[in-house]
Design a protein around this ligand. Sequence first.
Ligand SMILES: Nc1ncnc2c1ncn2[C@@H]1O[C@H](COP(=O)(O)OP(=O)(O)O)[C@@H](O)[C@H]1O
Ligand SMILES: [Mg+2]
Length: 301
Amino acid sequence: MRIGLAADNGDWHKARLLAALRAQGAEPVLFSLADVAVVTGGGEPLRVPGFPALPDGVLLRTIAGGTFEATTMRLGVLHALAAAGVTVWNGPVAIERAVDKAATSLLIARAGLPTPDTFVVSHRAAAAEIVAREAGPGRPLVLKPLFGSQGEGLQLIARPDELPPEDAVSRVYYLQRYVARSDGLWRDYRVFVCEGRAIAGMIREGDGWITNVHRGGRPLPWAMPPRAAELAEAAAAAVGVDYTGIDLVADGAGGFLVLEVNAMPAWSGLQTVCEADIAAAVARGFLAAVRAAHRPRRVVA
Ligand SMILES: Nc1ncnc2c1ncn2[C@@H]1O[C@H](COP(=O)(O)OP(=O)(O)O)[C@@H](O)[C@H]1O
Ligand SMILES: [Mg+2]
C-alpha cells in the first residue's frame, strides 16, 4: 500500500504518526499539501511529492494556513484525491464542514445535539440586532472567527457598539451564547473520537474562559462520563469526521454542550493524561479504511 502523511507543522505529531504507521506495517511518505502540483499535458495531472502514481491512502494531519486561494486549492487537491479513489482521512467534505464553524453548528443543531445558541450573519447591522436582543451586561455573546482555531481571535460582546467592523471579521459574524462555568474554575473538556468511538478525554483548565492548550490551558486527567462520550461520538457522526477532537463544556445541569468539532486535532496535551495511544489508534483506523477500500478482488478460478 502506498501511504502518504500530509502534514506541515507539528514535528511531535508527525513523528508519532510516522512511527505508528510504521509499527503497523506501512511505509508512509511525508509530504505537504502545499507541495502538491497540478500539471496537465501528459500523465497523471495531480503530482503528489514522493508518489510516481497516486497513493492508496492519505492521512491528513494539517493543511498549512494560507490565503483563501491557497486553501481552496489544497481542498481541491483533497477532493481530487478522493475522487480518484484515494482514501483520505479526514476526507475533504468533513474537513470543510469542521473548518467552517457555521457549518459545524448547523450540523450539530440538525442532529438535535445540545450546543449553545448560535447566530451567524454577514452584516454588522444584523449582528448588532442580535447582540441588542440576546446579550447584555453579565450575559455576553462570544464572537469567533469562522475559520478560527487554538482559541485565537475570540471576543466577548455585550453591547452592539463592541462589534468590530465587517472587514475585521472577514464579513461573517459568528456569535454564540457564552456559557458561564458554574463552579468558578475555567474548565472545559476535550474528547478524542476515532472511528466513531470516544477513545480518550481530558479536562482542560485555563486561567481564563478560553482554555485551549495553545493559550496555556492545562490538561488534567478525566474520568469521562458516558454521556460526554456519547455526545462526542454523536457530534463526530453529525459532522462525518473519521478522527476528531470535540470540545465540550458543562451545561451546569449535569450535561454537556458541544462547542467545537476539530477535524485536524492536536493531541500532545491529551496524550500526557490519557492511557490510549492516540497516534496508534489513528494509524490503525486509517490503515483499516485504506485496506477496506482497496481490498483485492477475489479471483474466481
Ligand atoms: N460559547 C462559549 N462559552 C464559553 N466559553 C467558550 C464558548 N465558546 C468557546 N469558549 C472557550 O473558548 C475556547 C475556544 O473556542 P472554540 O470554539 O473551541 O474555538 P477554537 O477553534 O479557537 O478552539 C473553548 O475551548 C472554550 O474554552
Ligand atoms: Mg476548540
